[in-house]
Design a protein around this ligand. Structure first.
Ligand SMILES: Cc1cc2nc3c(=O)[nH]c(=O)nc-3n(C[C@H](O)[C@H](O)[C@H](O)COP(=O)(O)OP(=O)(O)OC[C@H]3O[C@@H](n4cnc5c(N)ncnc54)[C@H](O)[C@@H]3O)c2cc1C
Ligand SMILES: NC(=O)C1=CN([C@@H]2O[C@H](COP(=O)(O)OP(=O)(O)OC[C@H]3O[C@@H](n4cnc5c(N)ncnc54)[C@H](OP(=O)(O)O)[C@@H]3O)[C@@H](O)[C@H]2O)C=CC1
Ligand SMILES: CC(C)=CCC[C@@H](C)[C@H]1CC[C@H]2C3=C(CC[C@]12C)[C@@]1(C)CC[C@H](O)C[C@@H]1CC3
Length: 506
């Protein structure tokens, strides 16, 4: 192919990807949603999952024993193909590792006396919020994309707008059940095998295979009373953001979306049972509703500090329908009123199908000129971080979400003697506009800033940190100790860095 035809093909594949998305992916996504909702409903109602759980765990153990009997020349990972997961990085190691099938997709038990839910690792956030809602319950932290799994959020991490109160997803998990590399089944909690319990989060499947998790639930109400506070000065927004995140009795939900370096909207919310007369009901989950982030932007443009009442589940999944703001690049007219009324009920396409059918040209384009990164920095550095991000990449909207890191053992070690420290997650998803942007060097620049400011990088996307920087970012003291104490662990699993660093993972 000549250079001209190649770039024309690339242009067509990128610009007209929506044709395939609309005609093939949306109908397939709908069939998949109908089937999985029906299947999960039936299994949950029949209560057959708890009986099957032991059998399925034995099968995981059997696969590991088979590997133990062999020459153990390959390492282990889950058999979930890369295209099925939400991680943006390519799990290239899946081509060479021995893949362990973990077909554990069910909610096992809801205990409304102890306020816990026990579920298998492939249970998704959408599945949990749908099941808990009619019971008047919710997870204390609901990472907002429907397809995120409990396993991925435990082994990686999960953050949401209630994290300034409850911490990260792992902080609402009370017990893990794992199959280790020696084939044994173990449970751990803060009182039992506590080293393993604290080392599991952020370990990316490098201790063993998670087979169930007990998670804390809270009482839920019907709506979220959400107040929008537009700001046109970064310093004012940052002060307000810190004040709302750090105050003694904070709102249950705090989030901000920046639409430029200076201007953004802070949102504070609380669960309520009724729609009050100080605001209007806004059912943002309806099929015809405008994308949430553009609704937020309209409050900035009107400079109006309004109150709205949003149905709770609509609130939890407010960024699902537009995949934050990523879908505007894939279906440019997805937020058009006509499209919404005619086809909004089909949205969004499944992320897994988007990954599966992503043409090489689109992959290359995302590598070259698209950023998907979340950087976590102590909240006092918010303005500085926004300025650094603006200079290096300049992507808007920019997501700001406060979260608490507790002073617990593990990879996220904070540099304070206090019980906890408040951080902010800065999420950039989109096409960079900064002059001189180059994927590796610009990402390295912000990674350096994050390391120097005692922050952390979320690892679902690519990291380019050196091993030394990575170990400086994530405390490996407990991690190394636990790996050394577990038989066959180092043979079976690479270190975290070996799985997440783009240059190192094979
Ligand atoms: C055949 C069909 C007909 C429909 N007709 C109508 C209708 O007449 N009126 C109407 O209001 N809606 C209609 N819808 C849309 C439906 O109400 C919404 O999709 C609703 O969010 C589905 O929730 P669920 O729990 O059933 O499904 P889920 O499987 O939980 O969700 C379906 C998809 O919508 C996303 N989603 C779920 N909840 C939200 C939310 N609150 N905000 C943003 N995204 C969300 C999820 O990410 C998921 O991908 C229709 C949908 C279908 C499939
Ligand atoms: N709001 C938020 O907090 C958001 C979070 N994310 C990120 O997305 C990722 C979650 O995506 P998801 O598709 O659910 O998960 P993934 O399948 O991407 O899994 C993430 C990691 O967890 C490991 N893992 C998953 N299940 C198990 C298990 N049962 N036993 C052992 N290891 C396991 C995987 O190991 P292996 O490599 O062996 O498969 C992988 O390294 C997380 O990293 C999360 O931080 C993304 C968007 C939003
Ligand atoms: C809130 C936090 C912490 C993170 C949000 C991250 C999401 C915006 C990304 C997670 C997976 C990403 C993927 C895409 C867009 C951005 C995410 C949803 C694509 C849909 C972009 C188009 C590609 O062809 C496929 C991508 C799959 C993963």
């Amino acid at each position: 192919m000549t250079v001209e035809t190649e770039s024309l093909t690339e242009y067509i594949l990128v610009e007209y990807r929506w044709v395939v998305v609309i005609t093939v992916l949306l109908p397939l996504s709908l069939l998949w949603k109908i089937w999985s909702t029906f299947r999960n409903y039936v299994v949950f109602k029949l209560s057959s999952a708890p009986k099957m759980h032991e059998k399925k765990v034995s099968y995981v153990q059997k696969q590991i024993r088979t590997w133990l009997k062999g020459d153990r020349s390959t390492r282990l990972c889950t058999a979930r193909p890369s295209w099925q997961n939400m991680s943006f990085r390519q799990s290239t190691y899946k081509k060479t590792f021995t893949k362990i099938k973990i077909n554990l997709v069910d909610i096992l038990e809801i205990d409304d006396k102890n306020m816990t839910v026990r579920c298998e690792p492939l249970v998704t956030m959408g599945q949990l919020s749908r099941t808990l809602e009619p019971l008047g319950l919710a997870l204390a932290v609901v990472p907002e994309l429907d397809q995120l799994t409990v396993g991925g959020l435990v082994m990686g991490t999960g953050v949401e707008t209630s994290s300034h109160v409850h911490g990260l997803f792992q902080n609402i998990c009370l017990q893990y059940e794992l199959v280790l590399a020696d084939g044994s089944l173990i449970t751990c909690s803060k009182d039992e095998n506590s080293d393993l319990f604290y080392a599991v989060p952020w370990s990316y499947g490098t201790f063993g295979f998670l087979t169930s998790v007990v998670i804390k639930v809270i009482p839920a109400k019907k709506y979220v009373r959400l107040q929008y506070h537009p700001h046109t000065k970064l310093s004012e927004l940052a002060d307000h953001f810190r004040q709302e995140s750090l105050k003694e009795n904070p709102h249950q939900f705090v989030e901000a979306v920046m639409f430029s370096k200076e201007a953004g909207v802070l949102m504070t919310g609380d669960m309520v049972d009724e729609v009050g007369n100080d605001g209007q009901l806004n059912p943002i989950g309806k099929w015809y509703a405008e994308w949430f982030f553009t609704q937020v932007e309209s409050h900035l443009l009107r400079n109006s500090s309004v109150i709205e009442y949003i149905p709770l589940r609509d609130y939890y999944h407010r960024h699902t329908k537009s995949l934050f703001w990523e879908l505007q690049d894939i279906i440019p007219f997805g937020n058009n009123i006509l499209f919404r009324y005619l086809f909004g009920w089909l949205m969004p396409p499944e992320v897994s199908l988007l990954k599966l059918t992503q043409p090489d040209a689109v992959g290359k384009l995302y590598d070259r000129s698209h950023v998907i990164q979340d950087m976590l920095v102590p909240i006092e550095h918010l303005e500085k971080a926004v300025n650094v991000f603006h200079k290096a990449i300049e992507v808007y909207p920019m997501w700001l979400c406060p979260f608490k890191v507790f002073n617990n053992p593990g990879q996220l070690k904070i540099k304070t003697t206090e019980d906890s420290q408040m951080f902010v997650d800065i999420g950039v998803y989109g096409v960079p506009k900064a002059k001189g942007f180059e994927t590796v060097s610009s990402t390295r620049h912000i990674e350096k800033f994050v390391v120097e400011h005692n922050g952390f990088q979320m690892l679902y996307a690519d990291t380019y940190t050196s091993k030394e920087e990575f170990r400086q970012m994530f405390d490996h003291t407990l991690y190394d100790k636990v790996r050394d104490s577990l038989q066959y662990c180092s043979e079976a699993f690479p270190e975290i860095y070996g799985k997440v660093n783009r240059a190192v993972r094979k």
